[in-house]
Design a protein. Structure first.
Length: 746
């Protein structure tokens, strides 16, 4: 009877339906890196689980029950249930298609059929079909196009994936469910399983359809075309998203094993830290494939330089190759033993998700999460350092450092994207770290040069509304309680940045970190800056009575080696030092918003000065009111200095020089009309050029006007900037300068 049953051929069932599939689903625990890539590159992510199709297309949906029973019975009869089906997906490959290619993982190629191929042949026999050739594979994603770069880039990512090794215990039957009549793809749901009776070590997929839950997100991911729709992005900017947030594993360097390993118990660390230094550096990835590595030694040398050395380092545009090179450096391992990501070429770690990645290195242990933005490959890396500020008045004792790299470009859509990205980030931080101090750093890609903005308006590449959006981004930063470390350091005379060497700087170009005029790498990558310097890279601090901003400096500036300028990157790095409160300050302490302040004592005036007439009489007695002669003398002095600086004294001599618009105004007691006979005149010149260039020009013109009684007494480098103390026909005058092109135009 058994021989009769075994010799009877199974009923033939047609496999032409793309709404069903018979597949192998690998263990979820091994698919973390796979799904990280699939989320960005595989159009089927969130609709299909990571899978190996044994038969696809499969049978019609109405025949699934019959097919399930037929295959189960056939395998039970013809297959040894004790025989293990071991799968090892360790080789990457790709299918060439018309406009793209599909990159996948597959078994190592052998001459004999693998257990998985033998299982496929047996399943086809169970359906009454003969054997058919097929490359059994697990799809990783699709390249953007069929160029060598796009194909090779994704294929290299797949090759860096740790191998998937598991035993198959169950086959999964999936059926497509369309949410609407117009939905052409839908989601694949688990219809049923076919048990193979293998050993207990074999993995069985859970009944829950976890791929739909993990793939579903309320966060709309926009392509480049949709990103140009400013209205669409601004419409979403107030929406709060949490579903796309993912926790990552930080790594630490194990000196005994000489390898990077996942950190454990990083949240239990405590440190006694009085000062903290944070650096940010965009290292510029080379987009061509294969990538070049000629700048790698210069980049590592720059990162390890004294001017860049920090407790926490945030890098942007980091590639797989460069991170492996960086983390293989012994000095990096010593100075930065903790990292958000491990070296991708270490076999058990896996690749970075994108072409350009944000990486955080640190002296201190930390945990981190990624917060996605609207666009694929864009997001923020949020690192939490517990124990650094435990002695300070922070509720949780956590310091938050967010690394960002906002969308590049000066278009209406790109600027709207930046605003949306900043809103998503600050909203997340306000919800989850409302009482903690923040540091947000990275490449903001916010155009700061007024020259560039005016040029973009004139050629109509942006609208007036986009300029307003840029202003609103700056306002949003202020409203979130964030202080710009560079701005604060300038006010406190703690800015150690080197001035740009250009002849003329416009408003917003001082402190530039991207300078096409003096950096050939920046000149080669700029697309929207009109070759003007931009302060793209920033360090923002929300003090929360814990942090006080100290010094600030640039690093990675061009160096001259053997007479040639050497550039490590197209960006210069930024570094800020902050002081951490020791917890002894009270509510009446001496720090407000990260700035030092002084306590003001109030005293009541004496009775003799309580009447206005008494005050007037006292001032007149002490000759405090100026005479008419003194008034005329100061008016003449102000006019003389104004003519000198504006170049109207000797117009014929200055005719060869370009006309540079200036506005000169009086400020202080003279402008308010409350000056005395001993008062000097405070003058403020407002122009469109840099402070350095202005004082060069002013000095030249004042020297030429010495015969008119204009003399420089001394130059003062004050906390508010450079100041010239002058004497104009015996009247003392202080001259300061402010670059503000828009003010001059008005």
């Amino acid at each position: 009877m058994a021989s009769t049953e075994s010799s009877s051929a199974p009923n033939r069932m047609s496999t032409t339906s793309y709404d069903t599939a018979l597949c192998v689903i690998p263990p979820r625990s091994q698919c973390g890196h796979v799904d990280q890539l699939r989320e960005l590159y595989d159009k089927a992510y969130g609709r299909w689980p990571p899978h190996i199709n044994l038969v696809y297309p499969f049978v019609a949906p109405e025949l699934l029950s019959q097919a399930q029973e037929q295959i189960q019975d056939y395998l039970a009869e013809h297959r040894d249930s004790a025989e293990a089906i071991d799968v090892a997906l360790i080789e990457a490959g790709c299918f060439m298609q018309k406009n793209k290619c599909t990159v996948y993982l597959t078994e190592e190629r052998t001459t004999s059929p693998s257990p998985l191929e033998s299982l496929r042949t047996m399943v086809l026999q169970a359906l009454g079909q003969g054997p058919a050739r097929s490359t059994l594979h697990l799809s990783i994603g699709q390249s953007q196009d069929n160029t060598i770069f796009s194909r090779s880039y994704l294929l290299e990512k797949a090759r860096l994936l740790p191998g998937l090794n598991f035993q198959v215990g169950t086959l999964a039957i999936l059926v497509r469910e369309r949410t609407t009549s117009s939905d052409a793809t839908g989601h694949m749901h688990l219809y049923g399983t076919i048990h193979l009776g293998s050993s207990s070590n074999a993995w069985t997929p859970p009944s829950s359809e976890y791929w739909i839950e993990s793939g579903h997100s309320d966060l709309p991911l926009l392509n480049s075309k949709e990103e140009n729709d400013a209205d669409q992005l601004i419409q979403h900017e107030t929406v709060v998203y949490d579903r796309g947030v993912q926790a990552g594993s930080a790594y630490c360097f194990d000196a005994d094993e000489y390898k990077w390993s996942i950190c454990v118990d990083e949240d239990n660390s405590e440190y006694e830290v009085e000062n903290l230094t944070v650096s940010s550096y965009n290292v510029l990835i080379d987009t061509e494939y294969p990538p070049t590595h000629d700048r790698d030694p210069s980049l590592v040398s720059t990162i390890l330089s004294d001017s860049a050395m920090a407790d926490i380092l945030v890098l942007q545009e980091v590639s797989d190759d460069f991170l492996t090179y960086l983390l293989d450096d012994s000095e990096i391992q010593r100075r930065y033993p903790f990292a958000s990501h491990g070296p991708p070429h270490q076999p058990d770690i896996g690749p970075l998700p994108s072409l350009r990645n944000i990486i955080i290195l640190s002296r201190y242990a930390f945990s981190w999460k990624s917060v996605p933005f609207h666009r694929k490959h864009k997001g923020a890396l949020i690192a939490s350092f517990r124990g650094i500020s435990t002695s300070a008045p922070s509720a949780s004792g956590t310091l938050v450092v967010a690394g960002i790299h906002l969308t590049a470009g000066l278009t209406d859509g790109a600027v709207a994207a930046k605003k949306s990205q900043m809103k998503i980030l600050t909203s997340y931080l306000e919800r989850h770290h409302s009482t903690d101090p923040w540091i947000i750093t990275g490449d903001f890609n916010l155009v700061t040069s007024t020259y560039t903005l005016n040029a973009a308006l004139q050629d109509k590449s942006i609208t007036e509304e986009t300029v307003d959006v840029l202003s609103s981004i700056e306002a949003g930063i202020n409203n979130a309680g964030l202080l710009d470390a560079w701005s604060v350091a300038r006010i406190e005379a703690a800015d150690q940045t080197n001035p740009t060497d250009g002849e003329v700087l416009y408003e917003g170009e001082e402190g530039a970190t991207f300078d096409p005029q003096n950096n050939r790498l920046a000149a080669g990558t700029t697309t929207t800056s009109h070759d003007r310097p931009q302060r793209y890279d920033r360090i923002l601090v929300r003090p929360q009575d814990v942090l006080t901003i100290g010094r600030f400096n640039h690093f990675g500036l061009p160096e001259i080696v053997d007479g040639a300028h050497i550039f490590a990157s197209d960006h210069y790095g930024v570094r800020a030092k902050v002081k951490i409160a020791d917890g002894t300050a009270t509510s009446t302490g001496n720090t407000i918003d990260g700035l030092e302040t002084s306590i003001v004592e109030h005293k009541r005036a004496s009775t003799t000065l309580s009447e206005p007439s008494s005050i007037t009489s006292a001032l007149a007695t002490h000759c405090m009111f100026p005479t008419d002669e003194q008034t005329k003398q100061r008016q003449d002095a102000f006019e003389t200095l104004q003519q000198t600086l504006l170049g109207t004294v000797d117009a014929a001599e200055d005719s060869a020089q370009p006309e540079i618009p200036f506005v000169m105004v009086s400020v202080g007691s003279y402008a308010l009309g409350v000056w005395t006979s001993d008062s000097d005149i405070d003058c403020l010149c407002i122009g469109t050029i840099s402070s350095k260039t202005f004082f060069k020009l002013a000095r030249q013109r004042i020297i030429r006007a010495e015969n008119r009684g204009v003399r420089i007494l001394r130059k003062v480098e004050a906390s508010t900037g450079t100041m010239l103390e002058l004497s104009v026909n015996g009247v003392l005058m202080d001259l300061q300068y402010c670059p503000a092109a828009q003010v001059v135009e008005r």
